[in-house]
Design a protein around this ligand. Structure first.
Ligand code: TA6
Length: 307
């Protein structure tokens, strides 16, 4: 459960991990502690809750991520928007219907374990504490860390799982990124032509993508995708968002459209028109097996460019 937020936590974090203007800590207006990264005119905000990136604004552009107008930290539930971390399972728990969707690391306060800043970037490293109430659900011993690196022209995230146990660790995971768009009806996602995908709106039917992904209704698909890149093309904003990933064999593409947005209840008015999820993942057909003592790294670099 979220810890109580005290101003001295901010002071302690600043003393231990602050790096001038490159890495600062503050109590956010959303109700929790956040780290503010800055480098060469670019900025990013990372909440300690869930190690969730909430904002990324490149030097030469507009906000890249979408965040619900109803987002609140410390409310004991996942924040809608930014880049939530889904781990150690994606979607519903494979066996326990009472377990939280997309795993349990989104709602716990992560621990800052490192920071850095130099001519190339500002960096923050966080580790997920092993909350006792979830040990039962996830008996294996694993160490989970996230590294957020802000460069002049891109934002990099690396999610690392280390198996501290004595048996193989099998997991699914996602960096569930919500991207800001001008209007979903005019946006396309390129890079998946010819790939097969699981259509979650048609009972998991397996289909093949032809051309770019366009949106005229709810889309919820898991692409078999070990390619390196996806591109969100937004002519109205005059922008492409390039996603370059590694050690990810799935890409999830999702827009809830009208009815699902109403059911979710925290998308804000017409929020679905202003966002698209393109998620760097290992899920669906592609789970990850980490042998004892081994580790698995999944990463993505996010870069916004003019069309
Ligand atoms: O990644 C797409 C998805 O699995 C959708 O099916 C929808 O459930 C979405 O994630 C949001 O899940 P959440 O638990 O954050 O409401």
């Amino acid at each position: 459960m979220p810890t109580s937020i005290h101003s001295e936590d901010v002071d302690l974090l600043t003393a231990g991990f602050g790096r001038g203007d490159a890495v600062r800590f503050a109590v956010s207006s959303l109700g929790g502690i956040v780290a503010r990264l800055a480098h060469a005119g670019s900025r990013a905000v990372v909440a300690l809750q869930g190690a969730q990136v909430l904002s990324y604004v490149p030097a030469a552009g507009a906000e890249v991520l979408w965040l619900s107008p109803e987002a609140r930290l410390g409310a004991g539930k996942a924040v809608r928007g930014g880049i939530p971390i889904c781990w150690p399972w994606f979607g519903p728990h494979p066996l326990d219907p009472k377990a939280p969707a997309h795993g349990f690391v989104r709602v716990v306060d992560w621990i800052v374990v490192g920071s850095d800043s130099d001519d190339a970037h500002a960096l923050l490293r966080l580790a997920c504490p092993y909350p006792a109430e979830h040990r039962a659900a996830w008996r294996d011993a694993a160490e989970l860390t996230l590294e957020v690196a802000l460069f002049a022209d891109r934002l990099g995230l690396t999610l690392t799982t280390r198996n501290l146990g004595l048996a193989d660790l099998s997991l699914t995971e996602a960096l569930h990124s919500y991207f800001a768009v001008s209007d979903i009806g005019g946006v396309a996602v390129e890079g998946h032509d010819g790939q097969t995908y699981i259509d979650k709106l048609e009972c998991g039917a397996v289909k093949q993508q032809s051309g770019a992904v366009a949106f005229a209704g709810e889309v919820d698909r898991i692409y078999a995708d070990d390619g390196p890149a996806s591109t969100i093309v937004d002519p109205q904003l005059g922008r492409r968002i390039h996603l370059t990933k590694s050690d990810s064999r799935s890409t999830v593409i999702w827009n809830p459209w009208i009815d699902k947005s109403a059911r979710l209840g925290d998308m804000g008015p017409d929020g679905y028109r202003r966002m698209v999820c393109v998620e760097t993942a290992n899920c669906g057909h592609a789970s990850v097996i980490v042998a004892p003592g081994e580790m698995h790294r999944m990463s993505v670099e996010i870069a916004a460019r003019p069309l």
